[in-house]
Write a protein that binds this ligand. Structure first.
Ligand SMILES: [Zn+2]
Length: 251
């Protein structure tokens, strides 16, 4: 089990960690700030600095899976292809400093929070999601057309309103009693610990309406104002009952 430090603090950029395992799949540490690909959010890249100062470049991060495809709780750091020589000098038990590419991760956090705002503007089930540093897209299960300019304006309004985000948790039983909380048809919230992490936007101030509340294991900014200027770059009719909304950074 890798201790996932990004869950408690999405703003952590580095941590000291011990090497647990090195194999063909990658490098497993006892704790990490690297977010593994999940819930549509891309895995982190960055570097592991060795005690002698040399750095192993990490290209991507994934959840380890067993033979049945079930997550084992370990997080695997995938080295860049040209790092074999450096990795050969790594041993289990070695101490490294893990450091994520923060510029890239911060873009992922800003886009991820923006997709939750989009869930408020388009209250339809989500059947696909991809969050990358360059763009984010959400597929909504719906037949009605969507307006690009109206959505961009709606996002700008919610971002300007500077709503704080609150990370919380509900029990599996509470989630089972409120299935409508799960907005995604394609991604089920991670279970197994008895509680499911939640992200709430708005509704913390007395009398203020809640904007969005959903189970989510991703990394988010602390306030919607931190998202900055995003635009809806494209709306596609993916199928008869699916509309794809693509977000990009404002030029
Ligand atoms: Zn999310």
């Amino acid at each position: 089990m890798t201790e996932d430090l990004f869950r408690g603090d999405a703003y952590l950029q580095t941590c000291e960690a011990r090497v647990v395992r090195i194999d063909d799949s990658g490098i497993v540490l006892d704790r990490t700030v690297f977010y593994p690909l999940a819930g549509g959010q891309a895995g982190d890249s960055g570097a592991l600095q060795l005690a002698d100062g040399r750095e192993v470049t990490i290209a991507d991060t994934r959840k380890a899976k067993d033979a049945e495809g079930q997550p084992t709780g370990e997080i695997v750091h995938l080295p860049a292809p040209d790092q074999a020589e450096l990795i050969a000098s790594l041993q289990p038990g070695d101490t490294v400093t893990a450091r994520i590419d923060w510029t890239r991760r911060h873009k992922l956090m800003r886009f991820h929070t923006a997709t939750h705002l989009l869930c408020h503007l388009v209250p339809q089930p989500v059947n696909g999601c991809s969050i990358t540093p360059e763009y984010a897209r959400l597929d909504f299960h719906m037949t009605e057309p969507l307006d690009k300019e109206a959505l961009t304006a709606g996002l700008a309004r919610l971002i300007d309103a500077a709503h704080p985000l609150v990370v919380g948790a509900i029990t599996d039983a509470e989630l089972d009693a409120n299935p409508a909380l799960v907005k995604s048809m394609s991604v089920q919230p991670p279970r197994g610990t008895g509680t499911v992490r939640t992200i709430r936007i708005g509704g913390e101030v007395e009398g203020e309406a809640q904007i969005d509340f959903q189970p989510c294991g991703g990394t988010h900014v602390a306030n919607t104002s931190e998202i900055g200027a995003v635009v809806v770059t494209k709306i596609e009719k993916k199928s008869a009952n699916s509309r794809r909304v693509v977000l990009g950074w404002a030029a």
